[in-house]
Ligand binder design. Structure first.
Ligand code: NAD
Ligand code: MG
Length: 382
């Protein structure tokens, strides 16, 4: 029986993870759960999964949640950063699923590594901000960070059984999002409702906007660089609108391995939790004959400058990736609140990256400082 801590349990990845627990109650036991604001959902999950400990965003919410739980045996209820860190290092948990969104994932991720847990990482922002210190800490603690992002799970699966040093190129696939075929000249008309309507994946709001701007792929380029210790030149983004090939790895003999499946995050989450075994997920195979063919296109860097920002951040390293990520988080929130237009997201990131004085080899506090600087600068531009 594997004890699980699921951080971000009320979100899209958290829900898929809990579906896996429901399918395999004999293998997984939920020990801790965290959410932020959605207390009704937290209360339902507590009733269903009976965790030992939960954490929510702040003290007020912790008190409110405690009141809502009358009648059922209550878990320990904590809140804020210390609550999330406690959830990630809880003694009876064997594996931690990091499925909270944004920079808030960084400290819990480090706590899970420090506690020597098996780490299933969905929260890509952690590696974008602080890839070097997090991966160094994981090596030091002999903790393997298992990717949950579907592309990185695919790359991980393709490399397994091969030698990492034989990898020549990684083909990171992207659906292209809802605006793949919309002319760049019409980007200023895009509304949050248009951008939230992803053609192939059903995800939380922040990553849905990131997918529409292709910043999600930019973040994933940086994530892949850290997870697989790749030079940026070895990473090629390919648009693949069907989202069947989750990514591919090319080896030095010219062989290319692809990992495929219908777009369903349960596969990647379950693999991180059960490897090398594969769990029965009642998932259908892609209808290959019905597809007729697999489509690949080059991304349009002109329409989607986010990709260029990410490659620049990869090459420059230091605090620049954290600045790109922090500015993006603020810009996406402002776009969702209709304070800026869609292309404003690109403008804000570009301005923040341009104004930032990059620091080489920052420690964690330097990274957190750069993140705060970027957030303040982005807010001042809105
Ligand atoms: P979501 O918005 O559906 O859920 C986010 C979760 O994080 C919720 O439980 C929310 O309560 C919690 N949360 C939000 N703000 C928080 C804060 N400040 N502190 C603590 N908790 C907070 O998001 P999602 O789509 O499930 O994505 C979660 C993470 O997984 C993101 O980093 C995303 O990039 C990554 N990811 C998601 C998918 C997907 O298909 N949804 C795929 C790959 C990677
Ligand atoms: Mg992905």
């Amino acid at each position: 029986m594997k004890g699980l801590s699921i951080l971000g349990a009320t979100g899209s990845i958290g829900s898929s993870c809990l579906d896996i627990v429901r399918l395999h109650p004999d293998r997984f036991r939920v020990r801790t759960l965290t959410g932020a604001n959605n207390l009704d959902r937290m209360a339902d999950l507590i009733e269903e999964f009976r965790p030992e400990m939960v954490a929510v965003l702040d003290e007020e919410k912790a008190v409110a949640l405690s009141r809502m739980l009358k009648g059922i045996s209550k878990p320990e209820i904590l809140f804020g950063r210390t609550g999330y860190v406690e959830a990630a290092s809880w003694p009876t948990s064997d594996a931690v699923v990091l499925a909270m969104v944004g920079a808030a994932g960084l400290l819990p991720a480090l706590a899970a590594v420090d506690a020597g847990k098996q780490v299933a990482l969905a929260n890509k922002e952690t590696l974008v901000m602080a890839g070097e210190p997090v991966m160094a800490r994981a090596r030091e603690k002999k903790v393997e960070i298992l990717p949950v992002d579907s592309e990185h799970s695919a790359i991980f699966q393709c490399i397994r059984g091969n030698r990492a040093r034989d990898v020549q190129r990684v083909f990171l696939t992207a659906s292209g999002g809802p605006f793949r075929t919309r002319p760049g000249s019409e980007f200023s008309d895009i509304t949050p409702e248009d951008a939230l309507n992803h053609p192939t994946w059903n995800m939380g709001p922040k990553i849905s906007i990131d997918s529409a701007s292709l910043m999600n792929k930019g973040l994933e380029v940086i994530e892949a660089m850290h997870l697989f210790d790749l030079a940026p030149e070895k990473i090629e983004v390919l648009v693949h609108p069907q989202s069947i090939v989750h990514s591919m790895v090319g080896f030095k003999d010219g062989a290319v391995m692809a990992q495929m499946g219908v777009p369903d995050m349960k596969q990647a989450i379950a693999y991180a939790l059960s490897l090398p075994e594969r769990l029965d997920l009642n998932t259908p195979f892609p209808d290959f004959a019905g597809l007729g063919g697999l489509i690949f296109e080059r991304p349009d860097f002109g329409k989607f400058p986010s990709l260029e920002f990410a490659f620049e951040a990869c090459r420059r390293k230091g605090t620049l990736p954290a600045v790109m990520n922090g500015a993006n988080e603020i810009a996406v929130q402002a776009f969702l609140e209709k304070k800026i237009g869609f292309t404003g997201i690109f403008d804000i990131i570009s301005t923040c990256m341009g104004l930032h004085t990059c620091i080489d080899n920052p420690d964690l506090s330097g990274i957190i400082e750069a993140d705060s600087w970027a957030r303040e600068k982005a807010l001042s531009l809105i």
